[in-house]
Design a protein. Structure first.
Length: 263
């Protein structure tokens, strides 16, 4: 398929692929390593790297150490945080929740019709689940925070969302029938709490509580993830932490309009 017939620009795709490789590798990846990972010849790779450096999305590190992310990426990240209504105060609060709960913590919001991870707090002792990182917007049917937000949607809107997003079977425990998920989401809405055990990934368990607006609408979710082998022993402690954290976020958003408006 040609670029014209597909509607995609191959050179833009290649540049974005290079940007993604450098970002994933961290500071100090060489042009040869980028070319090898991308499957491009070295000449093409140098052209792409130089273009991204010129535009500010990459930098060339000193002493021949290769390439790293440029500072324009940081400004894009900040603008996206503003779009997702998550400022530094909310990120700091999520880190406090992570430390208290001793579990990876997540804050998830609606962005138009998407369900998006807006912030993550973790540590080497209690790491996040890959790929549940900032900007993750998939598998809502199989994640605890996704279920909280899905449960708050009108049933017709939920069906439209799931028809578009799909309900792939990620593990043997994933619910892939809409009728089964609807039954579970009715319970989530009543209980104000969602959980999943090895539905998204083997050996992983998550639970989540809703963040509410001042008029009692669900506008987000606070969630924790832990290894499934420790979940049952820690469930009630984590549930209390999730409810308290969600209440804290609800209070902050209700009493600090700037956190929502992004000003």
């Amino acid at each position: 398929m040609t670029e014209q017939s597909s509607g995609l620009i191959g050179s833009a795709q290649r540049a974005l692929r290079v940007l993604d490789i450098v970002g994933s590798a961290g500071d100090g990846i060489t042009a040869k390593a980028v070319a090898r990972r991308a499957g491009y010849n070295l000449s093409t790779t140098y052209h792409l790297l130089n273009t991204l450096v010129h535009e500010g999305y990459l930098i060339r590190l000193g002493h021949g150490r290769g390439f790293g992310l440029g500072y324009k990426v940081g400004s894009l990240y900040q603008r996206l945080c503003e779009e997702l209504d998550v400022g530094q105060e909310l990120q700091d609060e999520l880190h406090r929740l992570h430390r208290r709960a001793e579990a990876a913590a997540y804050y998830t919001v609606f962005r138009e019709t998407d369900i998006v991870v807006a912030a993550v707090a973790d540590s080497p002792e209690f790491p996040r689940a890959t790929p549940l990182d900032f900007g993750f917007h998939e598998a809502a049917h199989a994640t605890a925070f996704g279920k909280v937000l899905l449960a708050s949607m009108p049933r017709r809107a939920r069906r439209e969302y799931l028809t578009s997003a799909g309900m792939p079977r990620l593990t043997e425990h994933t619910h892939v029938r809409a009728v089964d998920l609807d039954t579970e989401l009715d319970h989530v809405e009543r209980a104000g709490m969602a959980l999943e055990i090895e539905e998204f990934q083997p050996e992983l368990a998550c639970l989540s509580a809703p963040v509410l607006s001042s008029d009692n609408r669900v506008i987000g979710a606070v969630a924790f993830s832990v290894p499934s082998e420790t979940f049952h022993a820690r469930r009630w402690q984590l549930e209390r932490a999730a409810r308290a954290g969600a209440a804290r976020f609800s209070h902050l958003l209700a009493t600090r309009p700037s956190l929502v408006s992004g000003v």
